[in-house]
Design a protein around this ligand. Structure first.
Ligand code: PLP
Length: 400
């Protein structure tokens, strides 16, 4: 079948591919230690679910304004101000069908052929493909484990050319958990301002940071508004991945352009989900520290467990809910022992087939030699997965 050149530029999200493969085995009754999904294993808090039920009962089930109902845009602006110190008005806010959609819209209206977009690696899988779909070129810059995978302003500044249109940062980062310290983030903003480049701050994991890090938004920096685009999401903070509500905070003209695009594609995000999100923004946030405390316990357990496995090194992530171990010692050309696989894509497949552990290869994130394990799963399943990984790698070691 003949498809457009633009759709042929991109690939199916590798994280979805891993999840599909693991699900196939699970449906056949195979017990998988599943570190694949990038979503909270907690249910959506009750008060949010009840707001959605009320919305259905009140027949709030019709089209809404394309960019979201005004009370929701007001409450997102107010929440972001209260929680993260920004200063947006409702007209500078648009509600989208998840944070991924927010990014897709913004990139679509700002970026085109001939433009470059700077993306620190390891990166979230969707950034490069969204940029390529828009016809532009992703330019990858490194972030290093010894810096906790927080990209440096000097590295970004060096990569800026006259073609650079945007820098995309995710902090806390998926897949590394890296958190960019506020002073470094401000230096990146200064470099963007100096070069007239947009700075997109993806804050989907903003509230999942571990001491000494705190939730932070670059939108709280003085003079940020003209250059900054904030991407937010209900998905992780409120365990609402399936509801598909994200938002964009940006200068009004940019917001209007994305509303125009949205009016010719998805139209409004689901009305019922908007009412649920309204409750998330206005109601109690008690569930957030509860989830965070549980993630903190799991983070310690999984990182210590991974560090105990032969040939595996792992940084302590500063945020989000992913461990990102380096397993290069087990790969061809990576270490002294016998190579288990030529790359992490092959290794992840082996781990699924032989050890019944699902995880995402670092290759997918522009990080050869690494694996991503989501610890949004119970301590019991983490322990079981660690046992399987230890067994797999130590048997391989013994055979070498
Ligand atoms: C870094 C990052 N940004 C954005 C998203 C998008 O999330 P959603 O579309 O569910 O809001 C994700 C989801 O995994 C993510 O990891």
């Amino acid at each position: 079948m003949q498809f457009t050149e633009r759709i042929n530029r991109i690939q199916i999200s590798p994280t979805s591919a891993v999840i599909a493969e693991a699900d196939k085995l699970k449906s056949k009754g195979v017990d998988i230690a599943d570190f694949g999904p990038g979503e909270p294993d907690f249910p959506t808090p009750d008060h949010i679910k009840k707001a959605a039920i009320r919305a259905i009962e009140q027949n709030l089930t019709k089209y809404t304004p394309t960019g979201g109902i005004l009370p929701l845009r007001e409450s997102i602006a107010a929440w972001h101000k209260r929680e993260l110190g920004s200063n947006y008005e409702p007209k500078e806010c648009v509600v989208n069908v998840g944070g991924k959609h927010s990014i897709f819209n913004v990139v679509s209206v700002l970026v085109q052929q001939g433009h470059e977009v700077i993306i620190p690696a390891p990166y979230w899988v969707s950034y490069p493909d969204i940029v390529k779909y828009a016809g532009a070129t992703p330019v990858f810059v490194p972030s290093y484990p010894e810096d906790g995978f927080a990209v440096k302003a000097s590295v970004i500044e060096k990569a800026i050319t006259p073609k650079t249109r945007m820098v995309i940062l995710s902090s806390p980062n998926n897949p590394t958990g890296g958190v960019i310290p506020p002073d470094e983030y401000e230096k990146i903003l200064a470099a963007c301002k100096k070069n007239n480049v947009w700075l997109m701050g993806d804050e989907c994991y903003s509230h999942f940071t571990y001491e000494p890090h705190k939730p932070y938004s670059i939108a709280s920096a003085a003079g940020s508004k003209e250059n900054v685009i904030i991407i937010g999401s209900m998905s992780k903070t409120f365990a609402m991945t399936g509801w598909r509500i994200g938002y964009t905070l940006a200068p009004e003209a940019l917001v209007q352009a994305t509303v125009k695009l949205q009016s010719q594609s998805t139209s409004n995000p689901t009305s019922i989900a908007q009412h649920a999100a309204l409750e998330a923004m206005r109601g109690s946030m008690d569930s957030v520290p509860v989830m965070l405390a549980e993630y903190a316990k799991r983070r310690k357990r999984i990182v210590e467990g991974l560090r105990g496995i032969s040939g595996v090194a792992c940084e302590m992530p500063g945020g989000a809910f992913y461990a990102f171990p380096n397993v290069a010692a087990h790969l061809a050309n990576g270490g002294s022992g016998q190579a288990l696989a030529k790359d992490t894509t092959e290794l992840a497949k082996l781990l699924l087939d032989k050890a019944r552990v699902a995880l995402v290869p670092g290759d997918a994130f522009g990080a050869p030699g690494y694996l991503r394990l989501s610890y949004a799963t119970s301590i019991e399943r983490i322990d079981e997965g660690l046992r399987r990984l230890d067994h797999f790698f130590s048997r391989a070691e013994a055979a070498a």
